[in-house]
Design a protein around this ligand. Structure first.
Ligand SMILES: CC(C)(COP(=O)(O)OP(=O)(O)OC[C@H]1O[C@@H](n2cnc3c(N)ncnc32)[C@H](O)[C@@H]1OP(=O)(O)O)[C@@H](O)C(=O)NCCC(=O)NCCS
Length: 176
């Protein structure tokens, strides 16, 4: 199996469901986070933390007794961040038929050094057309996030400057 992919399966138990037998969304989100964590930690060979979750969607309900398989794969890397595509498939073990896609999301994990500061991760090897396409899509989300952060910082700077200019005459009695 590829070094940048981890697969974890679990049968859903009564403690994970509501009284009607539907699995709580948070249970599956935790499983997705743990699988993304394992994939990112193995890729970075260091501690990692979850920084962001994009495009989390619940496509199908999951029921008590279902087999849930969570696949996490590194699809994009920046400097210290890794985007992990996480897919969840569900299978009714009592029925014939293929597993079905139940949830999808992109987790951004950040590699940390021993001082808990972001540390660089290795470049991702893109050996298929699909991997190249997924990388480009990941880059778009990464750049969109950076741009939103830049705009937020600019707005915050402008807000503080406006607040300080209002305060100035009071703080400095020599200034009109
Ligand atoms: C994630 C964290 C380590 C980033 O630290 P920081 O000092 O802001 O670091 P930087 O601004 O240098 O960002 C480091 C990388 O993280 C990415 N990043 C930081 N915040 C992000 C966010 N909200 N979404 C996506 N990426 C993010 C940056 O884009 C950067 O990526 P790059 O190195 O590949 O370019 C810090 O915000 C943190 O510890 N957050 C809490 C994480 C946590 O505890 N998660 C579990 C929650 S229960």
């Amino acid at each position: 199996m590829a070094q940048n992919r981890i697969v974890i399966s679990q049968v859903m138990m009564p403690s994970q469901t509501n009284p009607n037998g539907n699995v709580h969304g948070g249970e599956i989100m935790k499983m997705m986070d743990s699988t993304a964590y394992a994939a990112a930690r193995r890729y970075a060979r260091s501690n990692v933390v979850t920084a962001r979750v994009d495009e989390l969607e619940f496509h199908l309900p999951i029921l008590i007794g279902d087999l849930v398989t969570c696949t996490a794969e590194i699809v994009f890397v920046g400097h210290s961040s890794m985007e992990v595509a996480v897919n969840v498939d569900v299978e009714d073990l009592d029925q014939e038929g293929k597993p079905q896609r139940a949830l999808t999301a992109y987790f951004t994990m950040v590699a940390l050094d021993r001082n808990s500061r972001p540390k660089p991760v290795p470049p991702l090897i893109l050996d298929t057309e699909e991997a190249k396409r997924a990388f480009e899509e990941g880059r778009e989300r990464y750049e969109a996030h950076k741009e939103r952060k830049r705009v937020q910082r600019e707005k915050e700077k402008a807000r503080l400057a406006a607040k300080n200019s209002l305060r100035e005459p009071e703080d400095n009695p020599h200034k009109k």
